[in-house]
Design a protein around this ligand. Structure first.
Ligand SMILES: Cc1ncc(COP(=O)(O)O)c(C=O)c1O
Length: 469
């Protein structure tokens, strides 16, 4: 196969790196950042991108194995998406959907989403992001039970180490202790159960047995709260920000069975898993659940412009439409015409280039075979992958699976080597994770895995030198 060399697009450098860093430190508070330590160190300034590569202000080329932030599914520099935005900006840059109005891109996108999502979905509620989408979920499930005359059904069950965004509701649904520690979270009416993380909680049992056990924690929590008080269960098909935790195959079908048994709504947060990431259009299709609501964002526009939303299953849509009256909820940018135009172009690229099928049949299995090799590395305790998401768990002792003292921050050491060697790979504790663009080629997977291996070797050398292994 021909090896295509991706060139950096020409971009005029308006300031030097130091000038950018000084202005950044002086004015810009970054998300999820220790402001003081970043200001002392200086940000890395990313100035351009093409295909699966980024370039920083120093001209370094970086393979972006995280697709921006799990979102650039069709890769950078896609002219069709740029043209769609430009055309829509010229025709109608904005109009809202509040006042009994709609715009053609929003209507067309709603129609197309009803086609590419599982058959129970015919309706969509748009938001500007995944977090906002999950705020809509909280409002909508509670409204649903209210309309049905069961207003006491308000509790939403989620999982520890889940990530559902950073608004008050999103962070509350999420199970990140660091987020709950700031700002008085979670809000009332949210309960958390343990996650289906075999490596941490299930060793000594078969993965399948552990999957059933982990789903059983949901049933136990429902019984503890009282089924008549539980509105919904929410989960990511694969926990992304929690460390690409791929649940055992038994987990989601059992969760579905339990939700059905108690009549509880099932919400699949597809913000990362949606739009092809797992080798199906949506993660719930990979794992065998039939959710009532699905949150999406990121891959719907490949991150070119913000857009999110909630797919609303017929069970809920019917009640809200026929009996609900006015739903007192919405956002200025619900159904933003430019975002919807970009999403339409993006989904058409995914369809035309058969990216979902390629992830399922080619790139996903190819990546998995490479990761199976990485599992032999002395620093690696387990690897997991599904479609184009994968994790490498770093361990102190390969034979026993003993993990490092978290204070050593071995994952951050590894991430530093990745940055230094032209690779963006994220560290979640000592779990190194990737989610590259769906347009990655086999040659580029080879290139990415060679870089990962090099960074594992460098991390092992550091750990050996410091006496950590
Ligand atoms: C599963 C999941 N849900 C929700 C969100 C929040 O999305 P946003 O950052 O667009 O608000 C994220 C973001 O990473 C996510 O991974």
């Amino acid at each position: 196969m021909q090896n295509i060399v991706i060139q950096a697009p020409a971009v005029a450098q308006r300031r030097t790196t130091r000038e950018w860093q000084a202005a950044d430190a002086a004015h810009y508070l970054h998300p999820f950042t220790d402001f003081k330590s970043l200001a002392a160190k200086g940000s890395r300034i990313i100035t351009k991108a093409e295909n699966i590569y980024l370039w920083d202000s120093e001209g370094h080329k970086i393979l972006d194995a995280m697709s921006g932030l799990w979102c650039v599914n069709v890769g950078y520099g896609r002219q069709e998406l740029i043209n769609a935005a430009t055309k829509q900006l010229q025709e109608l840059p904005f109009y809202n959907s509040f006042f009994q109005t709609a715009t053609p891109p929003a209507i067309e996108l709603a129609e197309l989403l009803a086609q590419v999502t599982p058959p129970q979905f015919k309706h969509v509620f748009f938001s500007g992001s995944g977090s906002e989408g999950n705020d809509t979920v909280v409002r909508m499930v509670r409204r649903y039970w209210d309309v049905l005359g069961q207003p006491e059904r308000t509790v939403i069950i989620s999982r520890k180490n889940a990530y559902h965004g950073s608004t008050m509701a999103g962070a509350s649904l999420g199970g990140m202790s660091g987020m709950h520690a700031q700002g008085g979270l979670p809000i009332p009416g949210i309960a958390h159960i343990e996650q289906p993380f075999w490596f941490e909680l299930g060793q000594g049992q078969s993965r399948d047995d552990f999957g059933l056990k982990a789903a059983g924690w949901l049933e136990a929590k429902i019984l503890e709260i009282g089924a008549d008080k539980v509105a919904a269960f929410i989960g990511e098909p694969i926990q992304g920000a929690g460390g690409v935790i791929v649940p055992p195959a038994t987990y989601w079908p059992e969760v579905q069975r339990i939700c059905d048994k108690y009549g509880i709504l099932l919400v699949s947060d597809e913000v990362i898993c949606g739009f092809g990431r797992t080798g199906q259009w949506f993660g719930c299709e990979t794992f065998g659940s039939k959710p009532d609501l699905m949150t999406f964002a990121k891959g719907v526009t490949s991150g070119y412009i913000p857009l999110g939303g909630v797919m609303v299953g017929e069970r809920i849509a019917k009640v809200l439409i026929e009996q609900g009256g006015e739903f007192n909820h919405g956002y200025t940018y619900s159904g933003h015409p430019v975002a919807c135009a970009v999403a339409l172009a993006n989904i058409r690229v995914i369809q035309r280039e058969k990216l979902v099928e390629k992830v399922r049949d080619d790139f996903g299995p190819y990546l998995a075979s490479h990761f199976a090799e990485l599992a032999k590395h002395p620093l690696v305790g387990e690897v997991q992958s599904c479609g184009l998401m994968a994790a490498v768990q770093l361990v102190k002792d390969k034979a026993t699976g003993q993990t490092f003292d978290p204070a050593l921050e071995v994952g951050m050491v590894c991430r530093g080597h990745c940055f230094g060697n032209g690779l963006i790979m994220r560290a979640v504790g000592d779990r190194m994770i990737i989610a590259p663009p769906l347009v990655i080629t086999r040659e580029q997977i080879d290139e990415m895995v060679a870089l990962i291996r090099k960074c594992l070797d460098l991390t092992l050398a550091d750990a050996t030198r410091h006496g950590w292994v």
